[in-house]
Design a protein around this ligand. Structure first.
Ligand code: PLP
Length: 393
């Protein structure tokens, strides 16, 4: 039987000779940072997701922080997100002193359950909550049309955390495909270019929006709150050196080296997405015929497949067994409300039963464009071997 020569992680980057050449070319250029590659990456990424503006930043977490700042999150404000996400989706609210609230997930999709969000909103007076941060978990796009309608009804802004779903889409009520982060439904959307995500830049992130003023504000916040000449009226006796710090910003810039890599990767994004979908379909076919395995949200249109998640009764056992087979799976995620930091803020076990039940059973299997058919078949065979020896365990 085939055995892999190297460990199979749940996700990994794909770096080609062209990627290396693009970075080397930038190394030899005049700009390592604040040069032409940043704007070019922003422009091409905006076109890829169908948004008007894109603002590149140092990582996805910085993107979330800037979004919360640009939307004016303040101490005392309350924002809702999902417990099944990376902690950063919630933390951005805390950076600005706001309160994080959660609603439970839909067990069929792993996504924030908008019906649960509605119940939470309706249990409080209008104005109690100010924003909603849905997450395109695992690459499955949130129905942002429904989220927008709910947000409008209750006067909330929306940040779409689309880190898992560049190139993903949902089908709206008119039958139209609507890409994640297209800028049409959420005020702001964010992406990450960490190596386990679809497009790798090392560290990197992006914010997309259709709001020009918001994009301009985000660019200023990204670089210390400084603009060269915000009013367009140079102060008397000021020359070409002049710049103004208008507000307290940060250095959340991304470098030209990162963006050169991102541009080269972006050119292959559709191919990578197609391969992810092909691998997911093969897993679906294998596991729908495997008793004891439940696939999270199989066969959905527009799924971008950052993760391939299965649910099993003996998750711990399967995880350990696969490690002995050189298959390094991962769990996405320990629910955010169960993090000790959030528990100290008052959340506890039992608050979100669907999220907790999902967490006790979920496992992310290897899924990345360079995973070979042979390697995937080995993963499937190992999962099936475990379940054959541990029925209903
Ligand atoms: C990766 C990720 C982030 C954070 O991105 P970084 O680039 O690692 O800071 C935020 N939200 C989700 C859902 C993510 O997967």
């Amino acid at each position: 039987m085939f055995t892999p020569t190297h460990p199979l992680p749940y996700g990994r980057q794909h770096i080609t000779d062209d990627d290396v050449a693009a970075v080397v070319e930038t190394l030899h250029s005049d700009f390592l940072t604040q040069g032409p590659r940043v704007a070019e990456f922003e422009e091409k990424f905006a076109a890829y997701v169908g948004a008007r503006y894109a603002v590149a930043v140092s990582n996805g977490t910085a993107a979330l922080h800037l979004c919360a700042l640009a939307l004016g999150v303040q101490p005392g404000q309350r924002v809702i997100t999902t417990p099944i996400t990376f902690a950063a989706s919630a933390n951005c609210v805390r950076y600005c002193g706001g309160e994080v609230h959660f609603a439970d997930i839909d067990p069929a999709t792993g996504l924030l359950d908008l019906a649960a969000v509605r119940r939470l909103l309706e249990a409080h007076p209008r104005g109690y909550f100010t924003g909603l941060i849905p997450v395109d978990f695992a690459g499955l796009a949130v129905d942002m049309e429904a989220a927008r309608a709910l947000a409008d009804e209750h006067g909330l802004w929306l940040i779409e955390d689309a880190c898992h779903a560049p190139g993903g889409f949902f089908v709206d009520s008119q039958g139209q495909e609507r890409r994640c982060g297209s800028g049409q439904l959420a005020e702001l959307a964010i992406f990450s270019f960490h190596p386990v995500k679809h497009i790798a830049t090392g560290e990197g992130g992006m914010i997309t929006t259709n709001d020009e003023a918001m994009a301009r504000h985000l660019r200023r916040l990204r670089t210390h709150g400084i603009e060269r000449d915000a009013t367009g009226l140079l102060r008397q006796d000021e020359g070409g050196w002049y710049m103004e710090m208008q507000e307290l910003g940060y250095n959340y810039r991304i470098s030209d080296l990162n963006c050169a890599l991102g541009l080269s990767q972006l050119a292959r994004a559709e191919a990578g997405l197609a391969r992810r979908r092909q691998l997911a379909a093969a897993y679906d076919a294998a596991f729908t015929a495997t008793p004891g395995v439940q696939v999270l949200a199989p066969g959905r249109a527009g799924h971008a497949y950052h993760l391939y998640v299965i649910e099993v009764a003996n998750r711990r056992g399967l995880y350990e067994f696969l490690r002995t087979k050189n298959i390094l799976t991962q769990v996405h995620y320990v629910p955010v409300h169960r993090m000790p930091y959030y528990e100290r803020l008052g959340w506890e076990f039992g608050d979100f039963p669907h999220a907790e039940a999902y967490y006790s059973r979920c496992l992310s299997l290897p899924l990345y464009p360079t995973l070979t058919d042979e390697e995937q078949q080995y993963v499937v065979a190992c999962v099936q071997e475990f379940l054959a020896h541990n029925p209903t365990a």
